[in-house]
Each structure stands twice: as C-alpha cells, then as structure tokens.
Ligand binder design. Structure first.
Ligand code: SAM
Length: 285
C-alpha cells in the first residue's frame, strides 16, 4: 500500500522527527509520479536495485512489491527504526539497509555499498568479485545527485539503468543538446556512456515539504557500446574545453594542434556534438 502524505507525516511524528532540510528531505507523496518512476525502471524479481535515500521507505515499498532485491542506503540514523519496522518485514530476505553516507568522498561510492552489491550477486570467480548488474532507482538528495551519477556511470559499468528524481536544472544539463548554456561536461559524459531521457517534470507540490524549485525524473540506460572506453580522459578533455567555454578551441588547445576532421579551431566547445567531443578526447592533448 502506497505511503500517503498523511502516512509519511504520521511515521515521522511517531518518532518525534521533522524533515531535515540539510539532508534534502523532501518526501515524494504523489502516487502517480511514483508509478511513473517504477514504470520507467521496471524493477522485477530478477533485479538488484540500489536506492539512495529511502527516507520513510515510500519508494522502497513499491520496489519490494515488484519483487526486486533492494539495497537501500540512508544517511539519517533517525529514520532507521521506520525502515526496519515498516519496510524490512515486507521482504526480509530481499531488503538490506545500510545506514551511512552513499559517498565516501566527492568522487567515490562508499565501499560498504559496493560490498553489499557484490554480495547480492551470484558467486563469481574473479578477484575482486565483479559487481552484478543493478539498477539505481532513487529520489535523490539534491547535493548528492551529480557526484553520485558521475561516479556510477563512469566507474561502475554494472549499473545498467538509473531512474532518478533530481533537480530540474540538473536534468536540463543531463539531457541538453549541443549549442545551449545547459550543454556541458556532466551531460556530455553521461550521454557518451548512456542514453539519457526525461521521464517527467514535477512541480514542488508533489513533495512535502515543498522545495523551492522544480524537479525532474531522468532515465539513463547504459549504452551497449559506450561512445568512449576512456571516460576519465573524456572528462579531463571536457574540463579543459568547457572550463573556458567562451574561448575558441584553437585558443584553448593551441593553434598548432591538429583537430579531428570536421572540427574548426574557431568553434567553441558547446558547438561540438558528443561524438566530436569524444574524438577530441582521443587527441594527445
Ligand atoms: N525516498 C524518499 C522519497 O522518495 O520521498 C526520500 C527522498 S529525500 C529527497 C532524500 C533522502 O536522502 C533523505 O531520506 C535523506 O536523509 C537521504 N540522504 C541525504 N544525503 C544522503 C547521503 N549522502 N547518503 C545517503 N542518503 C542520503
């Protein structure tokens, strides 16, 4: 049974809690939007799902009802009793809760999370054991979204799909085509590795408490053949050319640098397609 706004408020009240702004606690209470997230991610009995920030477990309950195995990572220890008492009993053998920060540093996923994913998969002969394929489904705290997605997409190919609620402004950057102000390193990197599309745009009224900004649900499907096999190198190139985005490429890279065919040194980075930026990243810069 879906958690209503009344349920979420009652769950927090019964533990003497209030939403914590510092942890991005804006709880989604719109069942239709919840269904759209689930439909886009299609979790099923053969899936391993990572959920970051389960909160009171509203989304977790839907994921468990779909039959998936769920690893949920929640930083707020105060929410642990709610998750253990209400969510865990729904599927004790398919639910693992990690009470910790999902990020160890700005660019690294907490090793406890990686370990849990490994344990959730079948035994493998490799050392260290390979991560099993998994899906990320989450209403992400705003401050975590960009570093988490960048890390999972570039360093963890086992993440085959992500359906995430994020700040609309970040969604605009992830889905941006060439030419506009939103087109930049994060979106290009994600688009080089994944097919990225927007599932929904949500108004603040879908959340409690209401955030001051709009949110959006974005889906990232890992490409069978990513456009680059060296995302770190692509990221470094993007940092270089978008770091001075008003400058022409020739001025940034040096007029003597031979550019790939079809790329003009008078162009600025934002004019290049994702494929052209990948080609640029192959130059010995
Ligand atoms: N999943 C719930 C929902 O859909 O309503 C809550 C989502 S709320 C936007 C974000 C959740 O992420 C909060 O429960 C918050 O405590 C948790 N959180 C914030 N920072 C985190 C971090 N670094 N690692 C893990 N969880 C975090």
């Amino acid at each position: 049974m879906a958690q209503t706004l009344t349920d979420i408020k009652a769950l927090l009240d019964s533990h003497g809690l209030r939403p914590k702004h510092s942890l991005g606690q804006n709880f989604l209470h719109d069942a239709n939007q919840m269904r759209r997230i689930l439909a886009a991610a299609a979790p099923g009995p053969t899936d391993i799902v990572l959920e970051v920030g389960p909160g009171t477990g509203a989304l977790s309950e839907w994921i468990l009802e779909a039959g998936a195995r769920l690893i949920a990572v929640e930083i707020d220890r105060d929410l642990e009793p709610i998750l253990r008492d209400r969510v865990a009993p729904l599927a004790p053998d398919r639910f693992e809760l990690i009470v910790d920060d999902v990020l160890e540093g700005k660019h690294t996923i907490n090793p406890r999370v990686i370990e849990a994913l490994r344990r959730a998969g079948p035994a493998s002969g490799s050392t260290p054991p390979a991560l099993p394929p998994f899906k990320l489904i989450a209403n992400l705290p705003y401050h975590v979204a960009s570093p988490l997605l960048a890390n999972l997409v570039t360093d963890h190919p086992a993440m085959i799909l992500a359906v995430v609620m994020i700040q609309r402004e970040v969604a605009d950057r992830l889905t941006a085509p060439p030419g506009g102000k939103d087109y930049g390193p994060l979106g290009v990197l994600m688009q080089a590795m994944c097919e990225v599309d927007r599932v929904a745009t949500l108004s603040p009224g879908c959340f409690w408490p209401q955030p001051t900004i709009d949110s959006a649900v974005v889906r990232l499907r890992r490409r069978a053949a990513p456009l680059t096999d060296d995302p770190a190198r692509l990221a470094a190139t993007l940092h270089l050319v978008f770091g001075q985005r008003r400058k022409q490429l020739g001025a940034i890279l040096g007029r003597a640098t031979p550019l790939p065919p079809g790329i003009d040194p008078t162009w600025r980075a934002e004019r290049l397609s994702v494929e052209q930026l990948v080609e640029l990243s192959r130059l010995p810069l």
